[in-house]
Each structure stands twice: as structure tokens, then as C-alpha cells.
Ligand binder design. Structure first.
Ligand SMILES: *Cc1c(COP(=O)(O)O)cnc(C)c1O
Length: 429
């Protein structure tokens, strides 16, 4: 399948995913070649009914599968017959999730993993080897930086970082051996925006893969593959579940690239559990609706924070004066959505920045203090002492994580209640 057959920006599907490439799977509920809208894909794509005729997606909690005969088993192993062999390799519940997510992102295929970090590890194992260079944004999820700097450097991969919003810096940092260009947009925790079309072109010009962690936007807001990215990565743990229940991740891209990722997942056992896959499948059904509501709440909360005297800075591309506001509008196909995660910095005359941030967090009553995000429940995090604690002070500052920074993931409670709780915190300063 070519790029032109990806889901176009008007978010109807023109793509047909060839079931022959994908075991013996037939989506009996939805023929994607017929051209459906996002919400229809979200509710129906990838569903394969059993002979029981169940309406809703079943959970296949089985580790292995039986064969009709010894010869049938042998045929499954020599590849002459395609089908399930073992759930570390394939599982129908996982397959439903993969097919639904791939259809939503407009990719040929998805490969599910045990967690978001499992997807990022898979990326490294599948596409990088000793002597290659990984060029990444400075503004990344803390564990991603930890994985690159601790393990990939150990195995001989060169890693370097540039500011995600600085196109000149990206271009100057490309080396002859650059194999992967990697970013998040919006980034964690500051919601900075990378120019995905520019980076796609830069990667193409230099024979590298461009890989985007689309966790904060989700395909309900932004489809990096349509902007030229080769692979999208997800922590499904966040908005795809949306209700903070289970861990999972995924990669989405071309059949060829996903075949490499699939081999890593199946060999390394980074596979998603069937139960988690079922939770994510059901999560995808409401993703578009939830994201719209998350973003509406977030736009109002950001406005409130930007006007509060104790808030020195709000990091959120939805605000008109944000440096990347226009770029975000351009590359998010859902125009008034900028995600629902923002950073804000607080300061007080008689407290250190860290004490001020902690006091604001501790003076709220409803909002959860947790490191998770992308949940129906609003959450507050102090990144410099939690999610980004393991980074060196220099790496922390490079990622823009100051002591006074608070990360807010705006949930689906009534927005007046969210604002009132934040007011309780801020007015304590
Ligand atoms: C949480 C997160 C991850 C890691 O995902 P897990 O499911 O926790 O392993 C990766 N990228 C981003 C942007 C995240 O927020």
C-alpha cells in the first residue's frame, strides 16, 4: 500500500488493509475499503466474530491454539499455513486492537506491546544497531531518555538531542549514520510542538526513519503518518485506555516496518496481554469523543491559569501567544484541539519554587496527585521530583523541567470543578 492510500486528512478511510497480509483475518464487521469516518472505524474496525455470533468483541484469554492434525501443526510452523500458534506471537484480541488502531492512524499495520516503553524498546531493537545514530528531541518522556542513555549507548548506539521546535538544530545535528529521528509532539511535560512535515522530509533526505510518539495527541487530533512520518508510537496506557486501568503500547506503520517490529516483540516477549488489548479496543471506541471533551476542558483551564497572578508561565500550544500555536493548528487536523496536558510554573515570594509547587499540589482536594496522565480524572504531577527525577539536573533543565513546574492532565470532570480545585491550590500561595 502506498502513502496515498493512508486515511486522508478529511478523516474518511480510503485505505483497504489486505487481510491476506495478516494471517487469515477477515474483519466481518467493517470493510475499510468502503470509506468510513473516524468514529465508525473507532467503533467497528478490526472486529472478527467467532461462530458464537457475539455482538461485542470477545476476550481470548488463551496462551496457545490447537491444530486439526500433526500435519496441520507442521504447516503452521513451516509457514505454509497462516494462523495463531502462540499468544506471544498473535492473539485475536490483540489483533482486533492492532487493526483498529492501525485504521485510526492510517497505517497499514500496528504491532501491540506490553507498555509504551515496550514499544520504544521495540523501536530501538528493530531499527537501530551498534554504530547507528539516534537523533531525538530533548523534550521527551523521562523513561525514554533513560532507556536511550543507559541501554542504547551501552550497546553502541550514538544518541544526541536537539530542541524539538528548532528546525535548524535538527538539520545541523543529522549525521551520516543517523538512522532514526524521534520526537513527541506535543511533548511531555511542556506540550512543545515539533514540525512533523519538516522532520519527515529531513529524515527522507537523509535515509533515516522518522518516528513520532503520538501519545499526547492521539489519532483523534493528529495523524503523523499523513504528515510523512514512518512510524507512530503509542503509550496506550494514556488516552487510548483513558481510564487508567492497564498498561500497553503500540507501533503503527507500513507492513514492511511492522514486520520487523513484530519479530522483535514476538522474540523478546514484549507482547500485549489479551485482556489489556480488549480494554484498549473498547477505549478506542470512545477516544474521539473523549478527546474532544478533554480538549474543550483544557482550553478553558489554560485560559484560567494564564490569567492567574501566581502563575508565571503556562506551557500549552492552545494559547494564542504560544510560539507554536499556528504550527499546532496546522498539523492537528482537529482544529481547536491541542491536547489536554499542560505545564504551568508557579512562584512565590517566600517559598522556594519547589515548595511553592508542592504547596499548590497539596492544597487541591479533588485532583489526583499521580504521575499518570491522559485519564478521565484530572491529575497533577511535580515532574522534577517524580517523572523526571532520574535525569541529571542538566538533562532536566534541557527538557525545560524547572522546580516550579507542575504538569496538569485535564480530565473530564466538570470544568468549573477543575478550575475551583486549582484555585484552591493557587490561592494558598
Ligand atoms: C507514559 C508515556 C510513555 C511510556 O508508556 P508506558 O505505557 O508507561 O510504558 C511513553 N511516551 C509518553 C509520551 C508517555 O507519556
Amino acid at each position: 500500500m502506498t502513502q496515498s492510500s493512508r486515511i486522508p486528512l478529511d478523516s474518511t478511510v480510503s485505505a483497504s488493509i489486505d487481510p491476506k497480509l495478516d494471517l487469515n483475518w477477515q474483519d466481518d464487521a467493517l470493510d475499510l475499503s468502503a470509506g468510513y469516518g473516524m468514529q465508525t472505524i473507532a467503533t467497528r474496525a478490526g472486529h472478527h466474530r467467532t461462530d458464537e455470533g457475539e455482538h461485542s468483541e470477545a476476550i481470548f484469554t488463551t496462551s496457545s491454539y490447537v491444530y486439526e492434525s500433526a500435519a496441520d501443526a507442521a504447516a503452521h510452523f513451516d509457514g505454509s499455513k497462516k494462523g495463531n500458534v502462540y499468544s506471544r506471537h498473535t492473539n485475536p484480541s490483540v489483533r482486533t486492537f492492532e487493526r483498529r488502531l492501525a485504521a485510526l492512524e492510517g497505517g497499514e499495520r500496528a504491532v501491540a506491546t506490553a507498555s509504551g516503553m515496550g514499544a520504544i524498546l521495540t523501536m530501538c531493537l528493530a531499527y537501530l544497531k551498534a554504530g547507528d545514530h539516534l537523533l531525538a528531541a530533548k523534550q521527551l518522556f523521562g523513561s525514554s531518555v533513560g532507556l536511550f542513555n543507559t541501554y542504547f549507548v551501552k550497546y553502541g548506539v550514538e544518541v544526541s538531542y536537539v530542541d524539538c521546535f528548532d528546525n535548524d538544530a535538527w538539520a545541523a545535528a543529522v549525521r551520516d549514520n543517523t538512522r532514526v529521528i524521534y520526537c513527541e509532539s506535543p511533548s511531555n511535560p511542556l506540550g512543545q510542538i515539533a514540525d512533523l512535515s519538516f522532520l519527515s522530509q529531513l529524515a527522507r533526505d537523509n535515509g533515516a526513519l522518522f518516528i513520532v510518539d503520538n501519545c499526547f495527541a492521539t489519532p483523534a487530533i493528529q495523524k503523523p503518518l499523513d504528515l510523512g512520518a514512518d512510524i507512530v508510537i503509542h503509550s496506550a496506557t494514556k488516552y487510548i485506555d483513558g481510564q487508567g486501568r492497564v498498561l500497553g503500547g503500540a507501533l503503527v506503520g507500513s507492513e514492511k516496518l511492522m514486520q520487523e517490529a513484530f519479530t522483535v516483540v514476538r522474540s523478546g516477549g514484549i507482547s500485549m496481554s489479551p485482556f489489556n488489548a480488549w480494554v484498549f479496543t473498547k477505549g478506542l471506541e470512545t477516544l474521539t469523543l473523549r478527546m474532544k471533551a478533554h480538549c474543550e476542558n483544557a482550553n478553558k483551564v489554560a485560559q484560567y491559569l494564564s490569567e492567574h497572578p501566581k502563575v508565571s508561565r503556562v506551557h500549552f500550544s492552545g494559547l494564542g501567544d504560544h510560539l507554536a500555536h499556528e504550527l499546532a493548528r496546522r498539523q492537528h487536523y482537529r482544529k481547536d484541539c491541542f491536547g489536554a496536558i499542560m505545564g504551568f510554573e508557579v512562584a512565590s515570594d517566600n517559598l522556594s519554587d519547589k515548595q511553592a509547587a508542592w504547596q499548590v499540589i497539596d492544597s487541591t482536594r479533588m485532583i489526583s496527585i499521580t504521575n499518570n496522565l491522559g485519564d478521565v480524572k484530572t491529575t497533577l504531577t511535580h515532574p522534577s521530583t517524580t517523572t523526571h527525577f532520574r535525569l541529571s539536573p542538566e538533562d532536566r533543565l534541557a527538557a525545560g523541567v524547572t522546580e516550579g513546574l507542575i504538569r496538569l492532565s485535564v480530565g473530564l470532570e466538570d470544568v468549573e470543578d477543575i478550575i475551583q480545585d486549582l484555585a484552591r491550590g493557587l490561592n494558598s500561595l
